[in-house]
Ligand binder design. Sequence first.
Ligand SMILES: *Cc1c(COP(=O)(O)O)cnc(C)c1O
Length: 393
Amino acid sequence: MENDWNMRTKLVHGGTRRSGYGEVSEAIFLTQGFVYDSAEAAEARFLEAGPDEFIYARYGNPTVAMFEERIAALEGAEDAFATASGMAAVSGALMSMLRAGDHVVAARALFGSCLYVLEEVLTRYGVEVSFVDGTDLDQWRAAVRADTKAVFFETIANPTLEVIDLSAVAEIAHAVGATVIVDNVFATPVFSDAIAQGADVVVYSATKHIDGQGRTLGGVILGTRAFIRKTVEPYMKHTGGSMSPFTAWVMLKGLETIDLRVRAQASGALALAEALQAHPKLVRVIYPGHDSHAQNALVKRLMGQGGTVIALDLADGQRAAFRFLNALKIVLISNNLGDAKSIATHPATTTHQRLPDEQKAALGITPGLVRLSVGIEAPEDLVADVLQALAAA
Ligand SMILES: *Cc1c(COP(=O)(O)O)cnc(C)c1O
């Protein structure tokens, strides 16, 4: 029956493990351990735990299992492993499957911490990493070799919202048997069809749209049952990056409303992109879901819609960007994204502050660039707020 449900039904009921009390809202099992009926039962469970048998919260927990089942259904993946943060998911997916001597190809436009893991951590353990411009398929073809073990990229890059052709890169990678790992935060689990399009492993920072209300840090690794249980789980459960039951409960409740929230956020983002076209104070309005985006056709093919984030480039550079940010009344200045509250970020002086100027320029992070994560407020209020702040800039 569960398999026939529509997505919005699965997001409310999928994976539910109801206790003997018959609670309506999912229980938080705040317990580190579990009691065995006998010494023999403990021995048997350590030998092989059944699907609803738990040993220790670092290995698994009923609330965490509910979250894993529900997000796996949303992504269309066989299985999922929940992690303590998005970075625990990124580093866990990579570290669990790679060994010294392996070769990885990654897109250069990455979230700063992802870049650190690939550039500083993996290489320290003898993994060779080649970086490419992810939007240039010829660079992928040139970099992927017979001994390439994995490719890694963000389907939509932060903060300039360039889109990578997932199915084309997957074809190049699969020709040499490499595993395709995508960090899919900007595509969101609602619009993602990454597994059908060729991703073998999908990771999310659940901190973003899955929580969606700015409360907890979390992450998830999704893939085949064999990859999740035989490769990821042993690494995660022994190295300590598992999700806490409390976080899993927050994320589980987030999944109930994620479809409603993300669709509302995407229509708000489109309304803003429309309202800001040809605004005299802007040199660029970047929204993957708008016709004006150079890769709009690719975005429509990959995810149908443009997601929840837009970027604005103010003609007068950093001074204008700061005046704009300081004049916003509804939109908050912060650095999270995917939240119910709209949030504006100045990447050049915050999230990407440490990059050398030439690297910022190469990634399109200009002094006037502002990233706007659109929340669930009324779109007309957001449009009015952004327009009055632009007037003040
Ligand atoms: C936020 C983010 C991460 C890291 O997630 P945390 O939950 O903060 O650890 C990784 N990748 C992308 C694309 C992100 O936006």
